[in-house]
Design a binder for this molecule. Structure first.
Ligand SMILES: Nc1nc2c(ncn2[C@@H]2O[C@H](COP(=O)(O)OP(=O)(O)OP(=O)(O)O)[C@@H](O)[C@H]2O)c(=O)[nH]1
Length: 658
């Protein structure tokens, strides 16, 4: 089963999810900013709504106040106070000509009769008075009043009346009214004066629209929207939400004008209020879309990259796993195989590291074993020059490795050992090994070190010997023990003298020398007389002490070059180099006399008398051997015994004399 594209898509989808999730903090932050912006924008628009309402109300108020003041001036004019209505009518007509906003000026008496109408010649006849309630209010309150919109019989357009009292002697006897077209206020409330989505309305105290910025022809004269009416009644000037007469959801502010005779309201559509929010949402949506598109593009690109990396991991981790990897994608099972392969590789890596640590430790152990072994190691090249040498052998020799590398090993040997090495090395090159070849090394301080060398050859791939590897054992202790044993083997333990073997070997050596140099040599054979009686009388231990005393007495009479030995039992021998037979007889006589005249004094103070018999023989012919001379001396000794003991006899083949 091959790697499936859908798995690659899944990988990419996960990356898309990741990219999407990464947007969340940005979106939350953006939403917070937008809501804050919306809140502040809404507050700003509502503040603008209040300001616009207030300014419009002030403008309407200003018109009404101006009209009121003009009418009040007419009412206080001399003609009015004098009751000269004709003259007042004339003033009113001139006033109308000046104040284009005014349609007409009328004068109404307390009975509600029209005194004059400026639009017609004075006395031209009676007209019905419009909006008489307004006139009544002025008479009742004595204060100016603005009426609702009404239609005059002579004019089709709606008008309003601004009424002021005309006082005579302080009493309101007439009402002077200025007739204004509602269109006068349309200009103030025109749509041009407010932004799109805004609407301004002017209503009377009954909630009947006097003017409106939008579609006045449809709504003037009709009741205001419920929200307008509600705000009028509440009278707090706070924004209220509701629908306008157009059915538009809006927020409105309503303020009283001219002491509550009229009300001016301004509404702003909720679409305007929420426009910043909508715009922000659009911007965020656009930002999110761009962000998402970028994230998708990155995810798409990096999913391919990741897949290539995973493939590399597959190749790396499964090199020993036979997996056929197609190019088109990953499959789940193989991904698990990859993970197994990675785990396997990690295991192998750990194992390799452990093995490496073990190998390092083993190498250090081997190195330590080589360098500080209790024996020496060295390697020589085919010419016998030093290649390597361990610390142990260097320490024995007292050299540093660099002082020896490249130098012949024979430089470290005594002459005898060098000769032995020279003889053995060619054989070694042929045979490839050598065992226990003993040499004497010459140390840096001049001391000699006996060693035993065993070696084998190192060969290259072609079978050519390239070096030797040799062990070197220190033989000094063994040599010391051997020498000790040798000494023991040559020594008589009772007297400390040399024994027969020692005597015969050294006698041989002296005899050869004497023969070589043709020098005299004599031998004495000495035997304690009746020694058996000493043992029998005093015991064997005293006998031993007597033998030791005889040895000491003899030694005292001999030269250093003379060799005294105990041949066995109570028998001694003396080798006298450079001594003629006659001289030897003198020596023997001196020995005999010395022992005979001085009883052997034991450590216990016991005096044991003792005599010896001595036979003398000397080298006579070139063919004499040690045994021959000893035999002659022995024969002379027995001759002395037979002759009565305590005497010296010289070997005479024909005639032995005492
Ligand atoms: N105490 C002691 N006695 C020894 C030793 N070696 C040999 N003898 C004794 O020496 C004696 C030698 O006796 P013999 O051979 O009869 O000779 P002798 O008594 O000296 O008599 P002549 O040689 O004829 O004068 C023997 O009794 C041995 O036991 C020894 O090492 N110590």
């Amino acid at each position: 089963m091959y790697l499936l594209t859908r798995n690659r898509v899944a990988l990419r989808r996960w990356l898309f999810y990741l990219a999407g999730v990464s947007m969340l903090p940005v979106l939350v932050f953006s939403a917070h900013v937008v809501l804050e912006y919306q809140r502040s924008s809404r507050e700003a628009i509502l503040a603008d709504l209040v300001d616009r309402t207030r300014s419009r109300a002030v403008e309407v108020e200003r018109v009404l106040q101006a009209t009121t003041q003009s009418l009040a001036a007419l009412a206080e004019s001399g003609a009015a106070q004098a009751g000269d209505w004709r003259e007042l009518h004339a003033h009113a007509r001139r006033f109308i000509d000046r104040e284009r906003s005014l349609q007409a000026v009328t004068l109404v008496d307390r009975e509600g009769r029209l005194v004059f109408f400026s639009g017609a010649p004075y006395g031209a006849g009676a007209f019905a008075v419009g909006d008489t309630p307004s006139v009544d209010v002025v008479f009742q309150t004595g204060r100016p009043h603005v009426s609702t919109a009404f239609h005059r019989p002579v004019c089709p357009t709606p008008v309003v009346a601004v009424s002021v009292p005309l006082r005579v002697d302080g009493e309101a006897r007439y009402v002077l009214r200025g007739i204004l077209r509602t269109a006068t206020f349309d200009a103030l409330l025109s749509a041009k004066s407010v932004p799109e989505g805004w609407v301004v309305g002017l209503a009377d105290s009954q909630g009947v629209l006097i003017s409106r910025s939008l579609n006045p022809e449809s709504f003037v004269g009709r009741s205001v929207a419920p929200v307008f009416l509600e705000s009028m009644r509440r009278g707090d000037g706070r924004p209220s939400a509701g629908q306008t007469l157009d059915g538009v959801a809006s927020t409105s502010v309503v303020l009283p004008v001219f002491g509550g005779n009229w009300y001016l309201g301004v509404g702003v559509a909720d679409t305007v209020l929420n426009a910043p929010l909508a715009a922000s949402i659009r911007h965020i949506a656009l930002l999110a879309a761009v962000w998402l598109a970028l994230a998708m593009a990155l995810a798409h690109r990096h999913s391919n990259f990741l897949i290539r990396q995973v493939r590399l991991l597959v190749a790396f981790a499964t090199t020993d796993v036979a997996v056929s990897r197609p190019k088109e994608g990953l499959r789940i099972q193989e991904f698990e195989t990859v993970l197994d392969g990675i785990e396997h590789t990690r295991h192998r890596t750990r194992q390799a590291l452990t093995e490496k640590a073990d190998a390092i430790e083993q190498r250090e152990q081997v190195f330590d074993l080589y360098e500080r072994a209790p024996c020496g190691y060295h390697s020589l090249d085919r010419q016998g020059h030093v290649l390597r040498m361990n610390e142990t052998q260097l320490r024995w020799l007292g050299y540093r490795l660099e002082e020896l590398v490249g130098h012949p090993y024979t430089d470290l040997l005594t002459d005898a050992s060098r000769a032995r090495f020279a003889a053995a090395f060619p054989v070694f090159l042929v045979k490839g090994h050598v065992d226990n070849l003993e040499f004497e090394l010459v140390c840096q301080n001049g001391s000699l070190l006996p060693v035993a060398v065993s070696g084998s050859a190192i060969y290259d791939a072609e079978g050519n010997m390239v070096a030797t590897r040799s062990t070197v054992f220190d033989l000094s202790e063994r040599k010391r023990l051997e020498a000790q044993l040798e000494q023991l083997a040559r020594t008589d333990p009772l007297t400390g003298l040399g024994n027969r073997r020692d005597f015969e070997e050294r006698a041989l050596h002296e005899l050869q020398r004497a023969r070589r140099l043709d020098r005299p040599l004599a031998v004495l054979m000495l035997d304690v007389d009746r020694f058996k009686q000493v043992n029998d009388l005093h015991g064997h231990a005293v006998g031993d002490q007597v033998l030791q005393g005889v040895a000491q007495a003899c030694r005292a009479q001999l030269r250093d070059i003379d060799l005294l030995a105990r041949l066995g039992g109570e028998e001694f021998a003396v080798l006298l180099p450079e001594t003629w037979q006659t001289e030897a007889v003198d020596v023997a006589e001196r020995l005999r006399a010395s022992i005979a005249t001085q009883a052997v004094t034991l450590p216990s103070g016991l005096m044991v008398p003792c005599t010896v018999s001595i036979g003398v023989a000397s080298r006579e012919t070139a063919d004499d051997v040690v045994a021959t001379i000893l035999s002659r001396a022995d024969q002379a000794l027995y001759a002395a015994k037979r002759a009565g003991r305590n005497r010296v006899m010289v070997f005479e083949p024909a005639d032995i004399v005492g």
